[in-house]
Design a binder for this molecule. Structure first.
Ligand code: PLP
Length: 408
């Protein structure tokens, strides 16, 4: 008789996992207050200003600018930082598509640099090897909420006079070497889309410590206006990327639980990582003393098939999910997405001689991780109990003990 749930055995766990989003009367009251105030748009109310001040302060940043979503924040950050048509921006291939399409959307040229296997973040050595005289910026993602190596990436950016932009869309409250991420580089971008660690359904924000960048990004979010100019006075070709007062009010409520939930994820995430490190064939993201806190938006880990009878990653992901531990196989390399494959990638202002041939991009570490090793649990699972974390370990141990069944 089969032991593994994937083959009809009893699953190790049948209990549900913590749901998402978490809310109570604070979110309900916040929305009601805005409805009743009649001040629904960003320019009519004060919730947006309050949220920006709070978000900046809690991320060790001077300025925050709320906007419609993380993708918009990235477009604004890139344009605000001076990236123009044809400029190259170095990006990781292991990320959500928007990191890279935001570069395309402002007519920049994404250039992929490989990732480190242990962190799944940009490999600084690979980044430096991709710098050309057209490189304008490095777009560093804190993947899964685990800070990228801001020390080495910062040194490379300074040495080559490049902008360093943080995609912190998964990294609310993450701390690198004692400082919250988001404004360690020139400018950082956040998402408040429904799955994120703070959630307004949709939403985004930029952080920076640079007054000139703040002014420019603020203008780009606000139709090219200036803070002191007339309503119909437009200095830049900006967007209307303003966030509504409803979303800002919800975010204010969500922020009241950010620290408590961040601590809970860290506690459970660090515990789970330590326990999984004891298993043969499972590698959580590398520990690094400079990572004061991961936001654990995703709990990313690597699977080594040889410790599970050679069963392929897909089979393990399905087996673990069947045991009652929802597991995602995660991304494929961004440059393998159809947008870079089937249709010609369109860069206005870029001639064919300067086009990147994305069929020829080669990031072997990312390709191996996506195809064979990397997978994740989502952040809400880390809001459970210590017993929940032990269930995860026990399910993997069960699969390992019965790995012969994986190949059946
Ligand atoms: C790493 C990363 N970058 C960018 C984004 C884009 O954010 P949004 O969906 O709010 O546009 C997301 C999330 O969806 C993300 O995870």
């Amino acid at each position: 008789m089969a032991s593994l749930a994937i083959n009809g055995g009893a699953p190790l766990r049948t209990a549900s996992w913590p749901g998402w989003p978490l809310f109570d009367e604070r979110e309900e009251q916040a929305v009601l207050d805005v409805v009743r105030s009649g001040a629904w748009g960003r320019n009519a109310g004060k919730k947006g200003d309050e949220f920006e001040a709070k978000f900046a302060a809690c991320h060790d940043a001077k300025y925050a600018i709320a906007c419609v979503n993380g993708t918009a924040a990235l477009e604004v950050a890139l344009r605000g930082a001076g990236v123009e048509g044809g400029d190259e921006v170095i990006v990781p291939p292991y990320t959500f598509i928007a990191t890279v399409t935001s570069v395309l959307l402002i007519n920049g040229v994404p250039v992929f640099a490989d990732i480190e296997p242990g962190t799944c973040n940009l490999d600084p050595v690979a980044v430096e090897s991709k710098i050309t005289d057209k490189t304008k910026a490095i777009l560093a993602v804190h993947i899964g909420g685990r800070p990228a190596d801001m020390e080495r990436l910062g040194a490379i950016a300074r040495k080559h006079n490049l902008r360093l932009i943080e995609d912190a869309c998964q990294a609310h409250g993450a701390i690198w070497n004692g400082t919250k991420v988001g404004a360690i580089g020139d400018v950082g971008c956040f998402s408040f889309q429904a799955s994120k660690n703070i959630n307004a359904g949709e939403g985004g924000a930029l952080l920076t410590n640079d007054a000139a960048l703040e002014e420019r990004c603020w203008s780009l979010v606000n139709c090219g206006r200036t803070k002191t100019g007339q309503w119909y006075e437009h200095h830049l070709p900006g967007w209307n990327y303003r966030l509504s007062e409803f979303q800002c009010a919800i975010l204010l409520a969500q922020m009241e639980r950010l620290e408590e939930l961040a601590q809970k994820r860290q506690e459970n995430g660090d515990y789970l990582a330590a326990r999984l490190r004891e298993l043969e064939g499972i590698s959580p993201q590398d520990a690094d003393a400079r990572v004061t806190r991961s936001a654990y938006h995703l709990f990313i880990f690597r699977y080594h098939a040889e410790a599970f009878g050679g069963a392929p990653k897909e089979r393990f992901v399905k087996a673990l999910s069947a045991e009652g531990i929802p597991t995602s196989p995660g991304y494929k390399p961004v440059y393998q997405e159809p947008v870079f494959r089937s249709a010609p990638v369109f860069f206005p202002g870029v001639t064919s001689s300067t086009m990147v041939d994305y069929d020829r991009v080669d990031c072997p570490v990312c390709e191996r991780l996506c195809a064979e090793e990397a997978m994740w649990f989502k952040q809400s699972m880390l809001l459970g109990t210590r017993e929940d974390m032990d269930n995860i370990v026990a399910a993997i141990e069960k699969i390992q003990a019965n790995s012969g069944e994986l190949l059946a």
